[in-house]
Design a protein around this ligand. Structure first.
Ligand SMILES: [Zn+2]
Length: 326
């Protein structure tokens, strides 16, 4: 490794705060979370009155609290010291500009919002887990993600252009008995197919049903729908039926996340069935099939030598042939 490619440790850069116009000036790190004190990188116009243009004097500082993206799953909170100025000419009072760090009145930094959207849409995290990772209340995370999704979508009216590979999936949105429990999320999978980045959010619709997806597809321009070549989805048959009706030219495929999960479930069912047939009881700590249950799910290229030896011993005879085949 070449030492010349390293530079001194820099918490501001590590936490991607330079993008937000902030500099870390203090830290308090505990097991429960990290709190970073930041100051705002002053812009050239910060000290000048926005009414009369006269020079302002620093009056005091206020602290703005922002949830930031978690590092190593540790909630990271920013305490941003924002200067307040008073105009020497007209007595107008104003604050330093923090628009680069967060939307006005937002409790999440821009990086936290981006992190939350990706966590929800690409990583399939629930709002509850997103909220825990950010160290904020469920409602705060929910409102922020909805608003950001909306903002990202509305600010880009051309988002459907040139999209011919889409994914559709349902997410558990809320864990209350009121309102719709599910939201249907439609994503653009071209960046994933081309290996250039994560999926792009196209739309979010309340509810999960064949009707929800069919209505959404029917509302798209005819030319766009006709150009869709692939629709990736989970096993929910409603989406498949809707796609078949509204996008007859498109091929419906299972997305890799769900293929892996279904294959894993099939493997477990096969293992349990053979276990019952051979031993007449469910797997116990001493049973070789039961002991190998996790190793069986591990990719061949990730197995340790010990795991390889264990699997070879397991499949040495014919009695576990069906599990081996699965
Ligand atoms: Zn003034």
């Amino acid at each position: 490794m070449d030492d010349a490619t390293f530079c001194p440790p820099d918490l501001t850069a590590f936490c991607r705060l330079d993008d937000l116009g902030l500099v870390v000036v203090g830290q308090r790190v505990t097991a429960a979370g990290a709190v970073l004190v930041c100051r705002v990188v002053a812009g050239p116009e910060d000290g000048f009155c926005r009414r009369c243009g006269a020079h302002g004097l620093v009056r005091d500082c206020v602290t703005r609290r922002l949830a930031h993206e978690p590092f190593g799953w540790r909630p990271t909170t920013l305490l941003v010291r924002v200067r307040r100025y008073r105009c020497g000419g007209c007595a107008h009072v104003w604050r330093q500009d923090t628009l680069a760090a967060a939307e006005p009145r937002s409790r999440l930094s821009r990086a936290a919002l981006r992190w939350a959207l990706v966590a929800l849409v690409v990583q399939h995290l629930t709002i509850a887990r997103v909220a825990t990772a950010l160290g904020v209340a469920w409602d705060t995370a929910n409102d922020a993600v909805l608003a950001e999704g909306h903002r990202v979508l509305i600010s880009d009216p051309t988002r459907f252009d040139a999209v011919n590979v889409i994914g559709v999936d349902e997410h558990v949105w809320r864990h209350t008995r009121h309102g719709d429990k599910y939201v249907t999320v439609v994503i653009d999978l071209i960046p994933v197919r081309d290996g250039v980045g994560p999926a792009r959010l196209l739309d979010m619709v309340a509810g999960r049903s064949k009707q929800v997806f069919a209505t959404w597809l029917a509302a798209r321009p005819k030319a766009w729908a006709a150009g869709i070549e692939v629709v990736a989805m989970d096993g929910f048959t409603g989406f498949k039926t809707a796609a078949a009706e509204e996008l007859p030219a498109a091929v419906a495929v299972m997305d890799p996340f769900h293929v892996v999960r279904l294959a894993g479930d099939a493997l477990d069912r096969s293992r349990r069935r053979i276990q019952q047939e051979l031993h007449g009881h469910r797997g116990l700590a001493g049973d070789p099939l039961y002991r190998a249950r996790r190793t069986l799910h591990t990719g061949v290229d990730l197995l340790t030598e010990r795991q390889v030896a264990r699997l070879e011993a397991l499949f040495a005879g014919d009695e576990h042939l069906q599990v081996e085949a699965t």
